[in-house]
Design a binder for this molecule. Structure first.
Ligand code: PXL
Length: 279
């Protein structure tokens, strides 16, 4: 497994990937992290903006939802012209936005054809909500079943399937419960299990478990880690990687970004999405 994706020759169209996500005015997470990761990996990123957050390193002060018709229209405009070879979702804010995405995905005949990574973002690292609690049902019952891969962290696992992951056995239980919601693959990210010296993510397709482990990096500057992982996985899927190979690639990528995280402002800094420049 290398830490690079194949590069497209200059003048030729790179793989085309889309993020459906919220904007982080601070530039650390959300669609800014996704687009930075896409660029670092040499794929063409398009973006359907779902919400505009007002935030800095100290936290999310507010967010403003984009009208649902505009969310759907962004996806259709890109799908009908530029094309989408893989996509991911991030902050989706509301039930109506989730439903617009589900409807557009099927209207554009993307379902089952285009790898679709659903990162079921519920809150910021600091715990501010980015999804209305009432939208959790639509996330669980309508969007996640369309996913090639769903990538919750442990807080999202608790909200989606009610399992408190505390060890390997409960992480397996959570992967089974998430897979039962209908995605092709479930990745239970163990990064928030701070009692462990290892950050271990568990991938499950209904029959086989795959574990992806990395030594835990001791940093508080980890804003955008989940977004960066999901974006790197999405870029690898656009290149035709299998889901386990894409997750392995993404894990290696984000681990280096976390190792090179930097302080920013007066609060939490971001993972260094540009870490690849220094290799
Ligand atoms: O990291 C999850 C996330 C996604 N999208 C937006 C965010 C955050 C975390 O703060 O602000 C817009």
């Amino acid at each position: 497994m290398t830490n690079r994706l194949p590069l497209t020759a200059p003048g030729h169209t790179p793989r085309r990937v889309m993020t459906i996500a919220g904007s982080d005015s601070g530039g650390s997470a959300g669609l800014q992290a996704d687009m930075r990761t896409f660029a670092m990996l040499g794929v063409h990123g398009s973006a359907a903006v779902t919400a505009v957050t007002v935030q800095n390193s100290l936290g999310v002060r507010a967010f403003h939802e984009v009208p649902v018709g505009v969310v759907a229209a962004q996806i259709s405009a890109v799908a009908s012209d530029i094309g989408i070879e893989a996509a991911k979702t991030g902050m989706l804010a509301s039930t109506d936005i989730i439903r617009a995405i589900v409807a557009t995905w099927s209207a554009e005949k993307l379902t089952g054809r285009v790898p679709f990574v659903v990162d079921p973002v519920c809150a910021s690292n600091a715990g501010e909500p980015l999804l209305h609690p009432s939208a959790l049902d639509a996330m669980r019952d309508e969007l996640i079943p369309l996913a090639t891969l769903v990538t919750p962290n442990l807080d999202e696992v608790r909200l989606l399937v009610g399992i408190d992951v505390v060890d390997v056995a409960t992480q397996r239980d959570a992967a089974r419960a998430l897979h039962a919601l209908g995605p092709q693959w479930a990745l239970v990210k163990g990064g928030h299990l701070r009692t462990s010296r290892i950050s271990s993510d568990l991938l499950f397709d209904g029959s086989e478990f795959h574990e992806f482990a990395a030594a835990r990096v001791d940093t508080r500057d980890d804003h955008g880690a989940g977004d960066t992982l999901g974006a790197a996985i999405t870029a690898a899927l656009a290149h035709g990687y299998s889901v386990p190979d894409a997750v392995a690639f993404g894990k290696t990528w984000v681990t280096e970004c976390i190792r090179q995280a930097y302080p920013l402002g007066h609060g939490l800094g971001p993972v260094n999405g540009m870490a690849g420049l220094y290799r």
